[in-house]
Design a binder for this molecule. Structure first.
Ligand SMILES: Cc1cc2nc3c(=O)[nH]c(=O)nc-3n(C[C@H](O)[C@H](O)[C@H](O)COP(=O)(O)OP(=O)(O)OC[C@H]3O[C@@H](n4cnc5c(N)ncnc54)[C@H](O)[C@@H]3O)c2cc1C
Length: 482
């Protein structure tokens, strides 16, 4: 097996998500749940199946990868004239508790306004006053940073015999008479050609362009919706607490505990037709998120000056005329009828269910190809760097990333650029605002491992600072004339 990634691993939507390992409640969110589910039993069946899958994923990841997740309390304020009634949440959580395996409890409770004010420190500063009816709270999990799950999975695939190449673009070239695909590889290591009996096009937002380069008439599979986030520093009362509300469009609007003691707010959901390689938060996203947060959480009095940074990604959802904003149900597409026999593609797989997606794809492959070797068992345990308490930390006080950890990531985890190490491998760039001196220090720490001279350290430092500026710096609202 060969895995090729044109950017760094998880450089697409997987590294730009809202980072939630959610319990699946959102699948029951619909404007009129009783009517919608009673009159459309198929919708109820789909919602139940997706919620069950979420609960199973939650139990699986919280069970064996707790070191990569942060638990927190997520609360839904229930407003007197708000979009949902108390019983909606009581019923939803009762169903979820029955669907999910035991072991990772939801810890659901619903507190009256007075009880919530007395026991949840953020309720008073969140604002809303007398409009508050009650607060529904439960235990939820956040990926510390999802790319790390991808890196762990890739390293495990390598352990089991896969060849992996990052910063390498793959192109479908041609299929010969025996049904074998020629695949072109183009990357930093030069160009090469390999052959494949079966191709899994897992290129997310780029799936259609990969297919259409080889077969222009291939049907469109992906609809991209952009999701933007802003990160802000909230008062101490909010630490460890997330708040879930619904925005003016009836979509989920979250304020969630994030890396570096910040909270991130979002996501937006707009159809994206722009450049898939240049996805950024724009001034309209910032204005929308600020306005919605001021409305939902008036006590925060959030202003543009409160924003520390932000990021945006585009969800590779399934194209489906019945769902104008994309179908969220995960699909495997066999492209034989599109002139691409021996090519499968997967759309709309959330990052949290990557293991079940892998299992589903393995079955799809097994139905088409005889295995070339005995099955192996994945080792899902997080790969934690060997600790060296004597090594200095990259950022004072952050013991999770010592200079030796950067070296280990450089040597053993396919990092090519300094940014690969500071973001996807160690996540240190998410926990701290990295200044030039810190980035350079990191570059010097890995230089010997990656064979970099002083000029390359300079280049890598500049590249990393450019990337931080490009992906995480936000436009001022007045830059667009608003
Ligand atoms: C704003 C937002 C919020 C989200 N929130 C959550 C959440 O809270 N929880 C959750 O579980 N999920 C969430 N998701 C969904 C999740 O992030 C995506 O559905 C998932 O990451 C898709 O993974 P993927 O591997 O299909 O696509 P991607 O992660 O985009 O991976 C596709 C990869 O293919 C590479 N590629 C493209 N073309 C080529 C080529 N020719 N050769 C080699 N490589 C190529 C790209 O560089 C990219 O890295 C969110 C997504 C977004 C955008």
């Amino acid at each position: 097996m060969l895995l090729a990634e044109k950017d760094d691993f998880a450089g697409g939507a997987s590294g730009r998500s809202t980072r939630m390992l959610h319990c699946g409640l959102r699948y029951f969110e619909t404007p009129r749940p009783l009517r919608d589910f009673l009159f459309h039993p198929a919708r109820l069946r789909t919602a139940l199946a997706m919620a069950r899958a979420s609960m199973e994923t939650r139990a699986e990841l919280a069970g064996d990868s707790a070191a990569r997740l942060t638990p927190y309390t997520l609360s839904f304020p229930i407003w007197r004239q708000g979009p949902y009634r108390p019983w909606h949440l009581d019923l939803g959580f009762r169903i979820l508790a029955r669907l999910g395996p035991p072991g990772v409890p939801l810890d659901y409770r619903r507190l009256s306004a007075a009880e919530a004010q007395a026991s949840l420190p953020f309720v008073e500063p969140m604002g809303g006053g007398d409009r508050l009816h009650s607060v529904a709270s439960f235990r939820e999990y956040m990926f510390d940073w999802p790319e790390r799950f991808c890196i762990d999975a890739i390293l495990d695939a390598e352990r089991m015999g896969a060849t992996v190449r990052n910063h390498t673009e793959a192109r479908l070239v041609a299929r010969d008479g025996d049904g074998v695909w020629q695949i072109g590889l183009h990357g930093a290591d030069g160009d090469a050609q390999v052959t494949a009996s079966l191709v899994l096009n897992m290129a997310g937002l780029w799936i259609d362009s990969v297919n259409r380069r080889a077969e222009p008439s291939a049907r469109r599979l992906v609809l991209g919706t952009k999701g933007a986030h802003i990160a802000v520093r909230l008062p101490e009362a909010f630490q460890g607490h997330g708040i879930a509300t619904v925005n003016s469009l009836g979509e989920p609007h979250y304020c969630l505990p994030s890396q570096g003691g910040l909270h991130h707010i979002g996501p937006t959901e707009t159809i994206y037709t722009g450049d898939p390689d240049d996805i950024r938060v724009d001034a309209d996203d910032v204005a929308f998120l600020l306005a919605e947060t001021r409305h939902a959480l008036p006590g925060l009095k959030l202003d543009e000056a409160d924003i520390v940074h932000g990021w945006a990604g585009v969800r590779p959802l399934t194209e489906d005329p019945a769902h104008p904003k994309g179908n969220r149900s995960r699909e495997i597409h066999d492209l034989a009828a599109d002139g691409l026999p021996g090519v499968l593609a997967m759309t709309a797989g959330p990052v949290m269910s990557h293991r079940s997606a892998g299992r589903e794809l393995t079955s799809a492959v097994a139905r088409r190809l005889a295995p070339s070797r005995p099955p192996q068992t994945p080792d899902y345990r997080p790969r934690l760097p060997a600790d060296n308490a004597n090594a200095p930390a990259l950022v004072a006080g952050d013991e999770t990333t010592r200079l030796t950890h950067l070296g280990q990531a450089a040597v053993a985890e396919h990092a090519r650029d300094l940014a690969d190490i500071l973001f996807a491998r160690t996540g240190v760039g998410y926990r701290h605002a990295l200044d030039e001196a810190t980035v350079r220090r990191a570059g010097e720490a890995v230089a010997a491992h990656l064979g970099w001279n002083a000029a390359e350290v300079d280049r890598q430092t500049a590249l990393t600072l450019r990337r931080i500026d490009r992906y995480y710096r936000l436009p001022r609202i007045d830059e667009s004339g608003r």
